[in-house]
Design a binder for this molecule. Structure first.
Ligand code: PLP
Ligand code: CA
Length: 309
């Protein structure tokens, strides 16, 4: 198989490229900000793209916040963004249940208060968020007599700082019924923090646990699956051939963009490196081959010059 190239986007090619695109989809963590705050150039690049009349969207796998909470986060960082431009996995899961599946039962949630805000916004009944009610000890009798809500028709697994053995029992028990839907927000295995040696497990670790306990696989809504782009297309007029996906992670952002037929740019300001691109170029795994970006740039700041020219 011929090796797909991935080259530095710069100079006149970068200015021509910006002119040729109508829409820019930004991954958030690692492109616009990291744990220390907004990245240099993010505010200006977004402002300038808007001045040029480009459509901008934000796509994040982080399920911990609702769209309303994201608007506040963007505001705090000085980046203008409206709810309609922000696609987080908490919103996307609620939208999928309500608008695509016309789901009318109750959801058992492994998730944050931000995630259930999106269920509330779409009037989807739910149970399970917050700390569990268990006594905390090794108590088989208590576990085996837990009450299950007969109204539950789906388990949604996202990031949950209160994830526990008790929640795992409940999720697996609901999922013992084949008719119970099993949806996960994303499979990111770790938080993308670079500033500490501590490993912070991500949502993918919860999803794998529930899958193991339930002996079933979840349907994933977040990147690299194309669902969030389909959702975006339902609400906005978007031409994939004139849309660019900008991300920092090959296996989520770039694979997502390539899966959706978009032009992809890897920003080297986050998780993936050029060595990772090389690994994908020489890999025999199909998903790796589909995770090769069209271009790379050092960081969002490098987009400033091409936008202004
Ligand atoms: N999931 C969680 C819980 C996170 O905290 C993050 C980033 O901080 C992500 C996923 C990845 O987010 P993004 O898709 O914006 O890179
Ligand atoms: Ca990212």
């Amino acid at each position: 198989m011929a090796e797909k190239s991935c080259r530095l986007l710069g100079g006149k090619e970068a200015s021509d490229f910006v002119a040729s695109m109508d829409a820019f989809i930004f991954d958030c963590d690692g492109v616009l900000w990291n744990e220390a705050g907004p990245l240099d150039g993010a505010v200006e690049v977004l402002q300038e793209l808007r001045k040029l009349g480009k459509q901008v969207f934000f796509v994040t796998n982080n399920s911990s916040k609702s769209r309303a909470e994201y608007v506040k986060k963007f505001e705090k960082f000085g980046i203008q963004a409206s709810m309609e431009e922000i696609y987080g996995t908490a919103f996307a899961v609620a939208f999928y249940l309500k608008e695509i599946l016309k789901f009318d039962k109750k959801v058992y949630t492994v998730g944050t208060t931000g995630m259930v805000e999106e269920f509330d916004a779409l009037k989807i009944p739910h149970t399970g968020s917050g700390p569990d009610q268990s006594s905390g000890g090794y108590n088989v009798k208590e576990w085996s007599t837990l009450t299950l809500d007969p109204e539950v028709g789906a388990v949604v697994c996202g990031f949950d700082e209160h994830f526990s053995y008790h929640k795992l029992i409940k999720a697996a028990s609901y999922l013992a019924k084949d008719s119970c839907l099993f949806i996960a927000t994303n499979r990111d295995d770790r938080f993308p923090f670079k500033s500490s040696d501590v490993v912070i497990p991500g949502t993918g670790c919860f999803v794998i646990s529930v899958e193991a306990a339930a002996r079933r696989k979840a349907k994933v809504i977040g990147k690299p699956e194309r669902y969030m782009f389909d959702c975006m297309k339902l609400c906005h007029d978007i031409n994939p051939s004139r849309t660019c996906m900008i991300g920092d992670r090959l296996g989520t952002d770039i694979l997502f963009g390539n899966n959706c037929g978009l032009t992809t740019i890897l920003m080297l300001s986050g998780i993936s490196s050029l060595a990772d691109v090389k690994d994908c170029q020489t890999s025999s795994d199909l998903d790796d081959r589909k995770s090769i970006p069209d271009f790379y740039m050092p960081s969002i700041e490098a987009l400033k010059a091409p936008i202004k020219h």
